[in-house]
Design a protein around this ligand. Sequence first.
Ligand code: DGL
Length: 280
Amino acid sequence: MPTEMKTRRTQSIGVFDSGFGGLSVLKEIVKALPEYDYVYLGDNARAPYGSRSKEVVYEFTKQAVDFLFTHGCDLVVLACNTASAEALRKIQREYLPKKYGPHKRVLGVIVPAIEETVVRTTNGRVGVIATQGTVRSGAFSRELNKASPGIQVFEQACPLLAPLVEAGEHRSKTADLMLARYLTPLLRKRIDTLVLGCTHYGHLEGKIRKIVGQNVAIISEGKIVAKKLQQYLVRHSELEGALARRSKLKFYSTDIGERFDDLGTIFFGAPVVSKKAKLG
Ligand code: DGL
């Protein structure tokens, strides 16, 4: 029996983002669930996704999911709100059943963030900062209203933030200026909760906290997604039972390795050594 268990435990958990943003999620997942193996994929060569059309985001996300499935993952977390908003539902409802069947799963980051937001807000006034694509999709407003009818949601697209993080400018004065510009209108709406609806913004959380002060709750997806994934694995023992427990991490990027490794190491907070991925 133990040998049988060993041979079955071969799978890794896949984590995908358009670029560096998902590392803010992977970092928390690995902290919460260090025993498993992970494969991270950043499509840095084609980031940002936030300014692309829904059709393109769907195509790119499908390619990323295919890549992770063929690299030892039955379970993939889209650690990207834009992909979660614009591609996840179609992938779950159409693509997976048609191409793979029920043993392959793809999860997103928006529902976990929504569940946390509705319990955190006390005045029912919530700000969301996200990419243009995510704001255009209306996913946060729709899902927050479903979870808590009557909640007031103020969404702010921040097209310059993800590119800033991709460029490694997350600690710059420019980041301060951009954040002040995007956050001031939301603060005027008297929000008590702010959702960081783009995983890239997890890397800007310290700066965001300084601007919004201590009275606004910040919903940052890393820890929340990690907790929800843990609960998901408890509920899905058939998936959990196939996961390898060697604490191995593999990183892939569609961009050149050196740049990804240097910035990735800063964002992940531990050494990142990547291989080049070719999608599509
Ligand atoms: N990190 C992604 C998100 O959560 C996408 C940022 C981008 O590529 O524009 O939306």
